[in-house]
Design a protein around this ligand. Sequence first.
Ligand code: APR
Length: 280
Amino acid sequence: MTGPELAEAGRLLAAARRPVVFTGAGMSAESGVPTFRDAQTGLWQRYDPQELATPAAFRADPALVWGWYETRRRGVRRALPNPGHRAVAAIAARLPETVVITQNVDDLHERGGVPAPVRLHGSLFAPRCSACARPAPLPSDLPPSADPPEPHDGAEPHGGAESHAPEAHDGPLDPPACADCGAPVRPGVVWFGEALPSAALAAAVEAASGCDLLLTVGTSALVHPAAEIPLVAARLGAPVVQVNPVPTPLDAICAVNLRGPAGEVLPALVRAAWPDDAVG
Ligand code: APR
């Protein structure tokens, strides 16, 4: 990242009224949330995430897939929003028509101050029945005396309640049964080979079509159809600013490429856009 590029991106952001912020796994990397492409730890080392995140894997071994997502969910609950999440919230506070679209299944945008991001790939905190789709309660992993955390409440204090939870089982785990039909409950995420939630996809396409700046952060832009969202904006003439430490297939369509980690680049971008504000 160089000064002139940051200044240009700051100028574009300051001039925007309807920006879209489009985020991927790199957004949460500095919070310690592993991506699918990171090495797995513990007993999960011998599994390929891309093979666990499929409907076929869940049908073949529900306990394996449910246990893996429970491990991921607990890891996310221990993670905290990083300065990049807070900078995105600062942009949304400064520009109320901002739309945040995320491919992430964590809740760090919400806890970082963006109450309702458009979720293209679902959420770790919204399990549902694998047969009848009835929403299911989250498994309790808190001591009985503690208040259970509300999913997406946006107000969890630092060091969230789960940090006091007892050490939970890590490994294959039978999913709960649906209270209605008894079928296994599944994670509320979009698996490889599944359609994206149509309302979220429509909202994302509409926002990208009408935006006057698209800021893409921490995505490899390899997984479709989500990866098309920046292309929609670019095709309709909106400048695209990318934040990523490495080049991606989006480089060529970007007005500015800011090479660096989101947790450093985004606060610097907010300061460049609004040097007189205290935010960021
Ligand atoms: N700041 C910004 N970007 C980062 C950082 C960081 N600190 N660290 C890594 N990155 C970048 C990487 O260079 C990479 O380009 O984040 C990107 C992460 O890419 P992926 O792991 O492919 O994540 P994503 O693009 O979100 O993947 C899309 O694929 O893994 C599935 O369903 C999952 O939603 C996910 C989808």
